[in-house]
Design a protein. Structure first.
Length: 318
């Protein structure tokens, strides 16, 4: 059983060991209490087993991929960035209640593992997965080893500093981080900042400005990409600027891990593949010292996290 625990959705999938999904279901995360999260996961697992006439104890285990920070060995989230709790215990209540093993993995590390077992990185020893969605994160396999760090929170690439002037503040509270400029949540901040710098006439003529009827507080990342696809010149310019910032982030990844492949997921990427990956491929050479590898959208699509949860079961639960 694989669980992808996000800030909005809990997605649970019953899968075989080859990564064939038998059934997938999702519910909005129950945020009524910290304990409600594991209770919801347990209920969904029981429901799927019952529906497929499967004894819960027949499962090899439960893998949970979640946004950190986390302590992997203890199976807990510590002040997770996208849930309003100080502490969320996951593996212990699931193991106690269902009497089967459970394991936890950072969602991006999990996606890297999933790509390595089920996706485009099969057989590769040096490989990085990057997500550009609500936030930006990464997972890396180097010399055949999944990098995790002391608690399982290694390579928080979204918090690489890409702007020493720190014009925008990140959700983590620090300034100048990649995620503060290029993630789905923060692209509107980048657009608003640039609108203040660009002359008023150009801004008011853009279809992006007209799309939100001049109310920039309503601006979403999707508005920028739609306007750019419609040919709005200012939007195309801003998409290119975001592309340069993304290229700096990718170059830092190439310089740090020297991968032979980078796959990219996350909703911002998957909905705007050409607009995100085009400029990255164009500009990454300007900043990378290492040989730039192939960069492509993940074939696992929006299921990268859930494949990661299944991969974690295969890796951690014998
Ligand atoms: Zn940050």
């Amino acid at each position: 059983m694989g669980v992808d625990l996000g800030g909005t959705w809990t997605r649970v999938v019953l899968s075989d060991e080859k990564g064939n999904f038998i059934e997938k279901m999702s519910e909005r995360v129950d945020k009524s209490s910290s304990e409600a999260i594991s209770k919801q996961i347990i209920r969904l697992i029981r429901f799927l087993c019952k529906k497929h006439v499967l004894d819960v104890t027949a499962l090899r285990g439960v893998g949970i991929a979640a946004t950190g920070p986390l302590i992997q060995k203890e199976g807990v989230l510590i002040k997770p960035t996208n849930l309003p709790f100080e502490y969320v215990s996951l593996t212990k209540p699931i193991t106690e209640e269902l009497a089967i093993p459970a394991c936890l993995i950072n969602d991006c590390a999990g996606a890297a593992l999933g790509e390595n077992i089920f996706g485009a990185a099969i057989g590769l020893d040096n490989y990085v997965y990057i997500t550009i969605g609500t936030g930006i994160g990464g997972g890396a396999i180097v010399n055949g080893t999944l990098l995790l760090g002391k608690d399982g929170n290694g390579h928080e690439v979204g918090h690489f500093t890409i702007d020493y002037k720190g014009r925008l503040t990140c959700g983590c509270g620090k300034r100048g981080h990649w995620e503060a400029y290029c993630s789905g949540r923060n692209i509107p901040n980048f657009v608003r900042m640039r609108f203040k710098e660009i002359d008023e006439k150009t801004v008011k003529q853009s279809s992006l400005f007209k799309k939100v009827k001049g109310d920039l507080s309503k601006l979403r990342a999707a508005d920028l990409f739609v306007a750019a696809k419609e040919g709005d010149r200012l939007s195309l310019q801003l998409v290119n600027e975001i592309g340069i910032l993304n290229a700096i982030g990718f170059a830092n990844v190439v310089n740090a891990y020297d991968p032979s492949l980078i796959t990219v997921g996350g909703t911002v990427t998957l909905k705007n593949k050409k607009m995100i990956l085009g400029p990255v491929k164009k500009y990454v050479e300007d900043y990378a010292v290492n040989r730039v590898p192939k960069i492509m959208a993940t074939p696992l699509g929006e299921d990268a996290g859930i494949y990661g949860a299944i991969a974690a079961v295969l890796k951690y639960i014998p």
